[in-house]
Ligand binder design. Structure first.
Ligand code: HEM
Length: 376
């Protein structure tokens, strides 16, 4: 990925990784997340407005678009005019799809002069140019645009004491777009699928939202007051985890259960399989948000059995951001629309860059439609 997107927090290791992670951290702090909620909710509302009631929607595709929109608006909302923002979002989308496709391909394919590669390179370079120009403008004007870009610009390189360069910032942003879009989109799609196909789960989610929000749009303060939705998200992250291969290299001889693994060994684990292990989760294929209800039972889960955001130094920097997106988007969507899952269609998980639904076509209905309201 370093070759494709430049050096970033994902590709760095050791001290270099610690340094890069510290530079990014302020952008993911609690006070910032509180400000991002409104952006996430507004992006979701705009997405819902664009769906045609009574028509089938490719929900996965819509969630990819929405996740990219939420992230891009958070990063650039105050720094780019509308036309530049739209172009940038398109370019980021090409980059994301390109990286996704390359996960399955050998490295040499990236170097072939194919239209697919040219499109990718052009889009990536366009993103870099836009970010670098925005950084220069912000630096020259001294303006605080109030978005994540401005925050990243205030982060200084610990060794030089200087702010990050436009190039460094664009590498990090490209990485965030890749790490934080497909993942969120897959989990969002599965959450909507599970809510839509189980009337009890849906009723419970809606009742909680009605009681807590009393008709208001969701805000930051509400995030911690929706325990059932929280369990739905938790259970979606268990049953439909997006990760099928996380790798690590041992730096010293390491004990792994009964085995001793020499230094320099490549190890891999599969979160998707881990989260469906019957020895760890009873009835693992059932979508049951209430398995998280019993605190004592939850505590009894084997440590390391549930790793939605990984573990250790490279664990997900976007965890809080992602959970905020998931709750905000699901709450906003299910209050406005309901989805019908066609009974004859099976939705299978497929492993691409993430484990995601094969296709997820569902029919959209406005909740205010009288027939729908009666069913609610
Ligand atoms: C539901 C959504 C998400 C899931 C399930 C998820 C999961 C993960 C996991 C399991 C890792 C660790 C990989 C490893 O151990 O090697 C990771 C790393 C990472 N994630 Fe996420 N992620 C999500 C959303 C996001 C978002 C929204 C962002 C940013 C806006 C993000 C940014 C990152 C970055 C930068 C890393 C690398 C951290 C490092 O190497 O220090 N992720 N993510």
């Amino acid at each position: 990925m370093g070759q494709l997107l430049g050096d970033s927090v994902v590709t760095a290791s050791g001290q270099e990784h610690v340094r890069k992670r510290r530079q990014l951290q302020p952008a993911f702090g609690r006070p910032e997340i509180a400000r991002y909620v409104d952006i996430m909710r507004d992006e979701t509302t705009a997405a819902v407005d664009s769906w045609a009631p009574g028509r089938e929607l490719d929900v996965r595709e819509a969630m990819v678009k929405l996740s990219l929109g939420m992230l891009a608006k958070t990063v650039f909302g105050g720094s780019l005019d509308e036309a530049t923002f739209r172009r940038l979002r398109e370019d980021l989308s090409v980059v994301m799809n390109g990286v996704g496709a390359r996960v399955m391909l050998p490295d040499w394919v990236e170097r072939l002069p194919l239209p697919f590669n040219r499109r990718f390179t052009a889009a990536r370079d366009a993103v870099r140019a836009t970010v670098e120009q925005a950084v220069t403008e912000l630096q020259e004007s001294g303006r605080d645009s109030g978005d994540m870009l401005s925050l990243l610009l205030r982060a200084t390189d610990k060794e030089t004491g200087r702010p990050l360069t436009g190039h460094q910032i664009s590498s990090e942003i490209l990485t965030l777009a890749v790490a934080g879009t497909e993942t969120t989109a897959s989990v969002l799609s599965w959450a909507l699928y599970e809510i839509s196909r189980d009337a009890d789960v849906r009723r419970h989610v809606l009742d909680e939202l009605d009681t807590v929000l009393e008709g208001r749009p969701i805000a930051f303060e509400d995030l911690s007051r929706l325990p059932y939705l929280d369990r739905v998200v938790r259970e979606t992250l268990r049953l439909h985890h997006t990760g099928w291969l996380v790798t690590r290299r041992t730096v010293t001889e390491t004990r792994l259960g009964q085995w001793s693994v020499p230094a320099g060994t490549e190890l891999a684990y599969c979160q998707h399989a881990l989260h469906r292990d019957p020895a760890l989760f009873p009835d693992p294929l059932a979508f049951d948000p209430d398995r998280w209800l019993d605190d004592a039972q939850t505590k009894a889960f084997t440590p390391g059995a549930y790793l939605p955001f990984g573990a250790g130094k490279h664990s997900c920097i976007g965890e809080r951001f992602a959970l905020t997106e998931l709750v905000t988007a699901v709450a906003t969507i299910v209050r406005r629309v309901r989805f019908d899952v066609p009974p004859h269609r099976t939705v299978r998980p497929v492993a691409r860059a993430t484990v995601r639904p094969s296709t997820l076509l569902m029919t959209v209905w406005q909740r205010s439609d009288s027939a729908e309201q009666r069913q609610d």
